[in-house]
Design a protein around this ligand. Structure first.
Ligand code: NAP
Ligand code: HSE
Length: 434
């Protein structure tokens, strides 16, 4: 067998711990797949006394990144720390020191992809990042290799395991948002700062990476409009259910007349559709290519071993030399690509779910319908449940499903509705996909 590939891990938390476990507990399996042993030489952490997922000898554990940078027996380093600035500096230094890099850090790639990829090209190194999107699902390999003959037309994904775990727990177990978030954190799904999970930023980071690969353009994070799940009210989950839908945090991008549309938002999905059935920390990505047509990828999107599976696959590809070849050919995050033309969100047409809290008195429904009509929005169905108490001053939920409408018109209508004295609180609305 050939010389071992010397590997170091920066970070040995949820993901790094899983990678160390696979490397140390299955060396023969990995050596057979890589054509040579993957030798774990060093593991950099903050706290040497913390318990780890697998037994690590005292000689390989260190708090000093310099030991990895200076170690000629380390050829590949997996950055599994997270955050942006420290990781950025570390990756740039590792590349300059002649190391190939594996990373699970979507925040780093979405915000500094061009810089770190340019640095890798400059130093003749490669960066592998399968674990950065959708955990254990091999979506990066699928887009860069298996579907390479296609023009990708659209990608739709449930890309944040934490949000999907929370929405599933709220929908199916009636758990509160706070309880479900705590459980997602305890299971190792959430980011160190879970705001990134629940406000749609983590899904937007992943969408920026996928869109960059699919369309060959640098996609700035600022081009992706995003909303998260942090303000989802359980009442909307109940109304969606009554209408035959579930609420999911969806990341979507598609080509439209030479422009790219992109957004992350909670949406109503019909219950029987494949993405609606993705539960817990599972992720899924539905891809449409011009040749292959529809393909669906499904698997665990977060957690220790699923994510470690993706990192170790990258280590094996680097050991074989596959990554270096695709990396040089694809020129990802290169400034040479065509300029990105983003479809303005206001011009996107979709159906909407709209919930208003209104005064239960004559004329209110016609007032609301009138404003929607003035904005060219046609109503598909309405729910207003009778309230038991017929008292004066009663308020009720008025739920309206629209036909397809321009987002710009719909938002303008909501602004008007929110000003009505008969509307008690800001309108709640989500796109609907059938
Ligand atoms: P984590 O559990 O918080 O682990 C972070 C590790 O980095 C810890 O071992 C920590 O050391 C170490 N670390 C932090 N700052 C350091 C520093 N300045 N110097 C040296 N070591 C440092 O995080 P994680 O969940 O594994 O996530 C790691 C990366 O993978 C992130 O980019 C995340 O977005 C990404 N990711 C995570 C998942 C998931 O399911 N968790 C899935 C896909 C991608 P100590 O242990 O000593 O504190
Ligand atoms: N926090 C991320 C999630 C980890 O919940 O999906 C996987 O990238």
């Amino acid at each position: 067998m050939s010389e071992p590939l010397g590997v170091a891990l920066i970070g040995c938390g949820t993901v790094g711990g899983g990678v160390a476990k696979l490397l140390l507990e299955h060396p023969e399996r990995l050596a057979a797949r890589a054509g040579r042993p993957l030798a774990l030489r060093r593991v950099v952490v903050r706290d040497l006394t913390k318990p780890r997922a697998t037994r690590l000898s005292r000689e390989i554990l260190t708090t000093d990144l310099e030991q990895v940078i200076a170690d000629p027996s380390v050829q590949v380093v997996a950055e599994l720390v997270g955050g942006v600035e420290w990781a950025r500096q570390a990756v740039l230094r590792l590349l300059a020191a002649g190391k190939d890099v594996v990373t699970a850090n979507k925040a780093l790639l979405a915000t500094h992809g061009s810089e770190v990829f340019d640095a890798a090209r400059k130093h003749g190194r490669a960066i592998a990042f399968e674990a950065s999107v959708a955990g254990g699902i091999p979506i990066i390999a699928a887009l860069t290799q298996s579907l390479a003959g296609n023009q990708i037309l659209s990608l739709q994904g449930i890309l944040n395991g934490t949000s999907n775990f929370i929405l599933t727990a709220m929908t199916e177990q009636g758990q509160s948002y706070g309880e479900a978030l705590k459980e997602a954190q305890a299971r190792g799904y959430a980011e160190a700062d879970p705001t990134l999970d629940v406000d749609g930023t983590d899904a937007a980071h992943k969408l920026a990476i996928l869109a960059q690969i699919a369309f060959g353009m640098a996609v700035p994070l600022s081009a992706i409009s995003r909303r998260g799940i942090e303000n989802i009210d359980v009442i909307d989950i109940h109304f969606a259910n009554e209408l035959g839908y579930v609420i999911k945090l969806l990341a979507e991008t598609w080509l439209h007349e030479g422009q790219v549309a992109m957004h992350v938002s909670p949406v109503l999905l019909r219950k029987h559709t494949p993405l609606a059935q993705v539960r817990g920390a599972y992720n899924a990505v539905a891809v449409i290519g011009d040749a292959v047509e529809d393909v669906l990828f499904y698997g665990k999107g977060a957690g220790m071993m699923p994510t470690a599976s993706a990192v170790v696959a990258d280590l094996i590809d680097l050991a074989i030399g596959r990554t270096q070849r695709t990396f040089q050919t694809l020129r990802l995050w290169s400034d040479n690509g065509p300029p990105l033309r983003v479809q303005p969100p206001a011009s996107v047409k979709t159906r909407f779910y709209l919930r208003l809290v209104v005064d239960d008195r004559p004329g209110v429904l016609s007032e609301v319908a009138g404003i929607l009509a003035q904005h060219h929005i046609s109503i598909a169905s309405v729910i207003q449940h009778e309230v038991p108490d017929d008292a004066e001053g009663q308020r009720v939920h008025l739920v309206i499903m629209t036909h397809s409408a321009l987002t710009g018109n719909f938002r303008a209508a909501c602004d008007r509705l929110d000003q009505l004295t008969s509307v008690a609180s800001p309108s709640v609305h989500f796109p609907v996909e059938d």
